[in-house]
Ligand binder design. Sequence first.
Ligand code: PGA
Length: 253
Amino acid sequence: MKKLIVGNWKMNPQTTRDAVKLFKDVVREARTITKASVAVCAPDMYLNPLAALKEKKVSLGAQDLFWEKEGAFTGEASGAMIANSGAKMVIVGHSERRARGESDEDIARKVKAALAAKLIPILCVGERERAGEGEHISFVTAQLTAALKGLPRVDASHVVVAYEPIWAIGKQAKRSATKEEGLEMAIVIRRTLAHLFTRPVAESIPILYGGSVDEKNAKDFLFDAGMDGLLVGRASLSAKTFGGIVRTANTGI
Ligand code: PGA
C-alpha cells in the first residue's frame, strides 16, 4: 500500500493566515509526490479556509470529534460538521486527549461516529512508559480491542491505526522509538487486528508510527519497522522538514 504521511498540527498555528501559508507550502513540497499520500490534521477552524484552496495533493483531517450528531454539546464538533468542512479523516484518541480524560468508551464511540460521517478515523494507541516485560504489548492490545471490538469488518477496513508511544511524543521526549520497537508493535497491532477482523482486513489497515518523527528517522519506520506511514507532530509545522519526510516516503525503498 501507498505510504500515508499525516501531519498533526495540534494547536498551531495561531492565525488563519499562517495556516493557509503553511498549508500552501506543504502542498508545494508534495507537488511531485506519487508514491505516498499526504494529509494534514488542522484545528477545526482552519478546515474551511484550507478546503477552499481546493488542493488535491494534500488531504485534510481534524484532530477530534464528538460522537453525538447534534444538540446541546457546547464546544463540540460532530462528524458531519467536520466532514462538511472538507476533512477526510480525523484523529481519535490522541494521547493528549486521553490525558484530558477521554476514556476507551469515548474513543470507541468516536471511531463509530467518524465512520458514520464517512471520515477515516486515525485511532491512536500507545503505552505511557516501558515498564515491566511485555506490559506495553498487553496495554496496546487492550486499547485497540476496547476501541474497535464489535466494529463490522467493512467499517474496520476504513480505519487507520497510529502507534504513538507516549514516552516518545513531544518536546520532553528523550528519544523516538527504535525501528526494532516499532517493528515489534507493528506486528502486535497487525496480529490484534487480524484477531478482531480476520487477516485480510488487518492487512488492509494502515499502521502509522508517531512520536518524534523527523527527517532522519522517518526511513527507519517506513522501511524497516513494518509501518505503513507516519503521524508527525512538531516536524509537520515546518513545510520544509515535513516535505523531507514526505519525499522519503515517496522513495519507496
Ligand atoms: P511529535 O508528536 O512528532 O511532536 O512527537 C506526535 C504526535 O503527538 O502525534
